[in-house]
Design a protein around this ligand. Structure first.
Ligand code: 1HN
Length: 345
């Protein structure tokens, strides 16, 4: 590969003249923005242990009242991006949020899309666009762009959930902002009930496909049952994986990030091909060994791991007797829409 001239190869007075006119020579910077063969991601393969994180999150519950925090969250920040930038990857933000019994996180709406994956605790709920969504372990609840949302907790133990947002991308686009609002009025109707059965959706003759987000809550009991049915039905299938989709259109549940659940059969090792989007893995059930290039992470229940794009990943179920279950978030919808998606296998 041809070496390009450096900035220092240029006379100082010429460089100063360029700077005065807000001009920059491309050639000294060209390889940095167009590295050969594959990107040089800032995103580093990173593991967040729930065992290490949980006491720190509970401590935040003592140190900072909900009214002073608005949302009481510890952000899972990728050191490759700089912790202060609060990014897991180029487009993904991850945070663990704590709500204590009786607490209320007031209504707001914002431009970034969010989902919540319930990690621990019962009795909390989130109201999204007037629909009251109970939060049970493993449930996925959408908070799409622009929809009002607030969280409450009538149970008696702390509730913890994982927030996944496309905030880094929306912020980079200078399109991120929020609006505070009054407490929502609860509307009748539950998307998780009327879309609970695959293959049939309400006809509602004049409304079909009029709602971009017909289903806001995806119960874990249904997702887990779908994975078990898939594994039983197709005993030779390697990737026992389901996608969270809009039940009216079959498209990804949200526009920018993709959400999936994966089952590893007892003792199974699954190799995921090197694809352009970054991905996040969160253990729902069991324990998993994740191999990423030369690194290996032992993921226990409720642990979370982030992997850069263009990187193959192997996932091994450490149990020979029981299946393991993972929640996955990735940047596939974004890459596909931008025409950047690659599978390098
Ligand atoms: C947000 O609105 C929530 O509503 C959680 O629970 C985390 C992180 C960044 C920006 C907005 C929530 C968030 C957030």
């Amino acid at each position: 590969m041809q070496e390009l001239a450096l900035l220092e190869d240029l006379p100082a007075d010429y460089r100063e003249a360029l700077t005065r006119e807000n001009l920059v020579p491309l050639w000294p910077n060209l390889r940095a923005v167009l590295p050969p063969g594959k990107p040089r991601p800032k995103t580093r393969a990173t593991h967040w242990s729930y065992e290490a994180l949980k006491p720190l999150l509970l401590k935040a519950g003592e140190l900072t009242p909900i009214e002073k925090a608005e949302r009481r969250v510890l952000v899972l920040a990728n050191p490759g991006h700089g912790l202060e930038n609060m990014q897991a990857s180029a487009a993904m933000y991850l945070g663990m949020q704590l709500l204590m019994p009786g607490e209320w996180a007031a209504a707001h709406r914002h431009t970034p899309n969010a989902v919540r994956l319930i990690v621990e605790g019962e009795g909390a709920h989130t109201t999204v666009d007037g629909e009251k969504c109970p939060m049970s372990r493993g449930d996925l609840i959408l908070t799409p762009t622009g929809l009002w949302h607030e969280h409450g907790h009538d149970g008696d133990k702390p509730v913890v959930w994982l927030d996944v947002l496309d905030l880094p991308l929306v912020y980079y686009m200078e399109a991120s902002y929020h609006v505070d609002g009054p407490r929502q009025n609860i509307k009748p109707g539950h998307g998780d009930r009327i879309y609970a059965r695959g293959g049939v959706v309400p006809t509602a003759a004049f409304q079909r496909q009029s709602n971009a987000y017909p289903m806001l809550r995806y119960p874990w009991v249904e997702a887990r049952a779908a994975l078990e049915a898939l594994a039983t039905d197709q005993p030779k299938l390697d990737a026992v994986q389901i996608s969270y989709v809009n039940p009216e259109t079959g498209a990804d549940a949200q526009n920018i990030l993709g959400y999936y659940a994966l089952m590893l059969r007892p003792g199974q090792t699954l190799r995921l091909p090197a694809r352009s989007p970054s991905a996040v893995f969160h253990v729902m059930e069991g324990a998993i060994e994740a191999g990423v290039d030369e690194q290996s992470f032992t993921l226990a229940m409720a642990d979370t791991c982030c992997v850069p794009g263009y990187t193959a990943v192997s996932l091994r179920n450490r149990s020979a007797n029981a299946p393991a279950f993972l929640f996955i978030a990735d940047e596939t919808p974004l890459h596909r829409k931008l025409g950047l998606f690659e599978n390098r296998d």
